[in-house]
Design a protein around this ligand. Structure first.
Ligand code: CUA
Length: 164
Protein backbone atom coordinates (compact mmCIF):
# COMPACT_ATOMS: atom_id res chain seq x y z
CA UNK A 1 0.00 0.00 0.00
CA UNK A 2 1.41 3.37 -0.89
CA UNK A 3 1.66 6.21 1.59
CA UNK A 4 -1.09 8.28 0.04
CA UNK A 5 -3.66 5.49 0.35
CA UNK A 6 -2.63 5.00 3.96
CA UNK A 7 -3.11 8.69 4.65
CA UNK A 8 -6.64 8.66 3.20
CA UNK A 9 -7.47 5.58 5.19
CA UNK A 10 -6.32 7.23 8.40
CA UNK A 11 -8.26 10.39 7.56
CA UNK A 12 -11.38 8.28 6.90
CA UNK A 13 -11.02 6.54 10.27
CA UNK A 14 -10.56 9.86 12.09
CA UNK A 15 -13.67 11.36 10.45
CA UNK A 16 -15.75 8.27 11.26
CA UNK A 17 -14.49 8.38 14.83
CA UNK A 18 -15.44 12.05 15.16
CA UNK A 19 -18.97 11.29 13.91
CA UNK A 20 -19.29 8.56 16.54
CA UNK A 21 -18.08 10.87 19.31
CA UNK A 22 -20.47 13.56 18.06
CA UNK A 23 -23.45 11.20 18.17
CA UNK A 24 -22.53 10.06 21.67
CA UNK A 25 -22.34 13.68 22.85
CA UNK A 26 -25.79 14.40 21.37
CA UNK A 27 -27.17 11.24 22.99
CA UNK A 28 -25.66 12.09 26.38
CA UNK A 29 -26.94 15.67 26.13
CA UNK A 30 -30.50 14.67 25.25
CA UNK A 31 -30.72 11.85 27.80
CA UNK A 32 -29.03 13.53 30.76
CA UNK A 33 -29.37 17.28 30.29
CA UNK A 34 -32.83 17.32 28.68
CA UNK A 35 -34.06 14.40 30.77
CA UNK A 36 -35.33 12.41 27.81
CA UNK A 37 -35.46 8.80 28.94
CA UNK A 38 -37.70 5.80 28.99
CA UNK A 39 -39.93 5.50 32.03
CA UNK A 40 -38.87 3.08 34.73
CA UNK A 41 -40.19 -0.37 34.01
CA UNK A 42 -43.12 -0.44 36.41
CA UNK A 43 -44.84 -3.12 34.43
CA UNK A 44 -45.74 -4.34 30.99
CA UNK A 45 -49.13 -5.43 29.71
CA UNK A 46 -49.09 -8.12 27.10
CA UNK A 47 -51.98 -9.16 24.92
CA UNK A 48 -52.90 -12.82 24.61
CA UNK A 49 -53.03 -14.44 21.18
CA UNK A 50 -55.79 -12.82 19.14
CA UNK A 51 -56.41 -10.11 21.75
CA UNK A 52 -55.96 -6.41 21.04
CA UNK A 53 -53.62 -4.40 23.25
CA UNK A 54 -56.57 -2.19 24.25
CA UNK A 55 -58.54 -5.24 25.47
CA UNK A 56 -55.50 -6.45 27.42
CA UNK A 57 -55.09 -3.01 29.06
CA UNK A 58 -58.77 -2.75 30.05
CA UNK A 59 -58.79 -6.15 31.81
CA UNK A 60 -55.50 -5.46 33.68
CA UNK A 61 -55.68 -3.70 37.08
CA UNK A 62 -55.51 -0.80 37.74
CA UNK A 63 -56.67 0.03 34.19
CA UNK A 64 -59.96 -1.80 34.76
CA UNK A 65 -60.92 1.20 36.96
CA UNK A 66 -59.84 4.48 35.40
CA UNK A 67 -59.77 7.80 37.21
CA UNK A 68 -59.00 9.04 40.71
CA UNK A 69 -58.99 6.83 43.79
CA UNK A 70 -58.32 8.07 47.32
CA UNK A 71 -55.81 5.78 49.02
CA UNK A 72 -54.87 7.83 52.12
CA UNK A 73 -55.60 11.12 53.93
CA UNK A 74 -53.79 13.16 51.22
CA UNK A 75 -52.87 10.35 48.85
CA UNK A 76 -54.51 9.59 45.55
CA UNK A 77 -53.98 7.42 42.53
CA UNK A 78 -54.99 8.65 39.09
CA UNK A 79 -55.21 5.94 36.44
CA UNK A 80 -55.14 6.92 32.76
CA UNK A 81 -54.88 5.44 29.37
CA UNK A 82 -53.88 7.27 26.22
CA UNK A 83 -55.24 6.57 22.76
CA UNK A 84 -54.81 8.65 19.64
CA UNK A 85 -55.83 11.43 20.25
CA UNK A 86 -57.15 11.67 23.77
CA UNK A 87 -56.49 10.88 27.40
CA UNK A 88 -59.04 9.07 29.54
CA UNK A 89 -60.31 10.35 31.89
CA UNK A 90 -60.68 13.71 30.15
CA UNK A 91 -60.85 15.62 33.43
CA UNK A 92 -60.17 14.85 37.10
CA UNK A 93 -60.83 16.84 40.28
CA UNK A 94 -58.42 16.97 43.20
CA UNK A 95 -58.20 18.95 46.45
CA UNK A 96 -55.26 21.29 47.11
CA UNK A 97 -52.47 19.35 48.82
CA UNK A 98 -53.29 16.08 47.09
CA UNK A 99 -50.31 13.82 46.52
CA UNK A 100 -51.15 11.94 43.36
CA UNK A 101 -49.54 8.95 41.80
CA UNK A 102 -50.24 9.10 38.08
CA UNK A 103 -50.36 5.64 36.52
CA UNK A 104 -50.71 5.58 32.75
CA UNK A 105 -50.23 3.57 29.61
CA UNK A 106 -50.95 3.77 25.91
CA UNK A 107 -53.16 1.37 23.99
CA UNK A 108 -51.78 2.25 20.56
CA UNK A 109 -48.68 4.34 19.78
CA UNK A 110 -46.17 6.26 21.90
CA UNK A 111 -47.72 9.30 23.59
CA UNK A 112 -46.42 11.92 26.00
CA UNK A 113 -47.89 12.74 29.40
CA UNK A 114 -46.94 16.22 30.51
CA UNK A 115 -48.82 18.35 33.05
CA UNK A 116 -47.99 22.02 32.44
CA UNK A 117 -46.74 23.86 35.53
CA UNK A 118 -45.62 20.63 37.23
CA UNK A 119 -42.70 18.26 36.85
CA UNK A 120 -45.00 15.43 35.73
CA UNK A 121 -43.41 14.45 32.46
CA UNK A 122 -43.65 10.88 31.21
CA UNK A 123 -43.48 8.94 28.01
CA UNK A 124 -46.24 6.41 27.47
CA UNK A 125 -45.20 3.38 25.46
CA UNK A 126 -47.81 0.92 24.17
CA UNK A 127 -48.54 -1.56 26.96
CA UNK A 128 -45.81 -0.25 29.24
CA UNK A 129 -46.93 1.25 32.55
CA UNK A 130 -45.48 4.63 33.55
CA UNK A 131 -45.79 6.16 37.01
CA UNK A 132 -44.96 9.50 38.55
CA UNK A 133 -46.04 11.12 41.83
CA UNK A 134 -46.70 14.80 42.32
CA UNK A 135 -48.16 16.97 45.08
CA UNK A 136 -50.48 19.78 43.98
CA UNK A 137 -49.87 22.65 46.41
CA UNK A 138 -51.68 25.30 44.36
CA UNK A 139 -55.24 25.41 43.13
CA UNK A 140 -55.63 25.71 39.42
CA UNK A 141 -56.70 24.24 36.12
CA UNK A 142 -53.72 22.18 34.95
CA UNK A 143 -53.37 21.25 31.31
CA UNK A 144 -52.33 17.67 30.61
CA UNK A 145 -50.67 17.49 27.21
CA UNK A 146 -49.32 14.89 24.85
CA UNK A 147 -45.79 15.97 23.98
CA UNK A 148 -44.74 13.06 21.81
CA UNK A 149 -45.72 13.35 18.16
CA UNK A 150 -48.44 10.71 17.67
CA UNK A 151 -50.04 11.54 14.35
CA UNK A 152 -52.52 13.81 12.63
CA UNK A 153 -54.30 15.29 15.67
CA UNK A 154 -51.37 15.14 18.11
CA UNK A 155 -51.62 18.85 18.86
CA UNK A 156 -55.24 18.47 20.04
CA UNK A 157 -54.49 15.65 22.51
CA UNK A 158 -55.07 16.96 26.02
CA UNK A 159 -57.02 16.62 29.27
CA UNK A 160 -57.52 18.64 32.45
CA UNK A 161 -56.54 18.29 36.09
CA UNK A 162 -58.67 20.54 38.25
CA UNK A 163 -57.26 21.35 41.72
CA UNK A 164 -59.45 23.32 44.13
CU1 CUA B 1 -50.49 11.66 21.67
CU2 CUA B 1 -49.15 13.30 20.66
Amino acid sequence: MNHEAERYERLFLIISGLFLVGFLIVLAYTSIHMGVMLPGKVGVIEAKAGESLAAAVFRTPPFDHLGVKKIGPDDYEAVYFAQAWAFFPREIDLPVGARVKFIATSVDVTHGFFIAGTRVNMMLLPGQISEETYTFRKAGKYLLLCHEYCGLLHQTMHAWVIVK
